[in-house]
Design a binder for this molecule. Structure first.
Ligand SMILES: O=C(O)CCC(=O)C(=O)O
Length: 325
């Protein structure tokens, strides 16, 4: 696909690891220490025969989840919109840990999310995902666009907007094997974000998330499979923290990887766990080629979904009205 956002890299199979992180408590140092341990474990492919190309952490991995906690745990990443990413002078302990861990394991790392304090305006805090390449460079960020403000009487009330500001941009990044789109948790409820990413050539969308015990059982899987993956014919994945019933917020867990036909490739349970899945299919011949410098993979399900059910090219933008009013 050619587009004004630059051609995406050719899509080749890769292995994705989701770290459904547990033990996220009040002590930030411990949270960072444990997250690092789990990144190292995931990189070894522990519990799997696979060594991942991309490792993902959950939403809000360095702090308890709740609007009162965000200002206390917020860190300045050192990023100013419009400027290149440069974390050499960042004061963020979380960013330093993530960058060093990605470099150590030489793997792409989607660093879940952390509360981020604006570089210039101290009153603004975002829920921010940072992404590192295998050299440890920060190469992409996503500030949660849609804030999680809900009130289901007797079940759950949550108001991120009490302390957070919403991001203003859609974001993706290119690796040498795929273009990957970003979102965070509640962003999944807004189909526009995923559709924009898919139409900009993303093959895979990855959202760190932390659904709860009310909406989790009803919507977590439905939104990933039935909605964002099938709507856009992309691989879709959300990575949750593990469920901790002693914490103030009870995460649903069930981190998941879904293919473009809506098939669940891997799903975690509730506890701390690392799950792995191939994105695209490795063929035996291709494994051999992989021992050389190049390898080819079969993005079969991606191409077949789009060829067999060509909604991507059948959309009637001439008919759809502007629904923004
Ligand atoms: O949309 C939902 O039901 C949950 C969203 C959420 O937990 C979040 O945005 O952190």
């Amino acid at each position: 696909m050619t587009n004004r956002f630059g051609n995406p890299p050719p899509f080749r199979a890769f292995t994705l690891a989701l770290v459904q992180l547990g033990r996220i408590g009040a002590n930030k140092q411990e949270n960072l220490h444990h997250a690092r341990e789990m990144i190292l474990k995931a990189a070894k492919g522990e519990g799997s025969s696979k060594k991942p190309d991309v490792i993902v952490l959950p939403e809000c991995f360095n702090s308890p989840y709740g609007h009162v906690h965000f200002p206390v745990y917020a860190e300045k990443i050192g990023y100013t919109p419009g400027s290149p990413y440069d974390i050499s002078k960042s004061t963020s302990e979380s960013v330093k840990m993530l960058s060093a861990a990605a470099k150590e394991v030489k793997t792409w790392l989607i660093g879940g999310s952390i509360p981020e304090r604006d570089a210039e305006d101290d009153t603004k805090i975002y829920n921010t995902c940072t992404v590192y390449n295998p050299e440890g460079d920060l190469i992409a960020m996503h500030r949660k666009v849609h804030l999680f403000d809900i009130d289901i009487p007797g079940k759950i009330k949550f108001k991120e907007s009490e302390t957070l500001t919403g991001g203003k941009t859609t974001n993706f990044f290119d690796t040498d094997f795929a273009r990957i789109g970003l979102g965070i948790c509640y962003d999944i409820r807004f189909p526009e974000l995923a559709m924009i990413a898919a139409r900009r050539g993303c093959h895979v969308l990855i959202y760190p998330g932390a659904f709860n015990m009310t909406t989790g059982p009803l919507h977590w899987e439905l939104l990933q499979r039935g909605s964002r993956a099938v709507d856009n014919q992309v691989f879709f994945s959300m990575c949750s923290p593990a469920r901790d019933l002693s914490a103030g917020y009870h995460a649903w867990g069930h981190s998941m990887i879904v293919d473009p036909m809506g098939k669940v490739l891997k799903e975690a349970q509730e506890g701390e766990e690392i799950i792995y899945s191939d994105i695209g299919e490795f063929q035996p011949m291709m494994i051999l080629k992989r021992l050389g410098l190049t390898f080819f993979a079969d993005p079969k399900v991606f191409n077949e979904a789009r060829a067999g059910i060509p909604v991507t090219t059948q959309r009637r933008f001439d008919v759809y009205v502007d629904v923004s009013q």
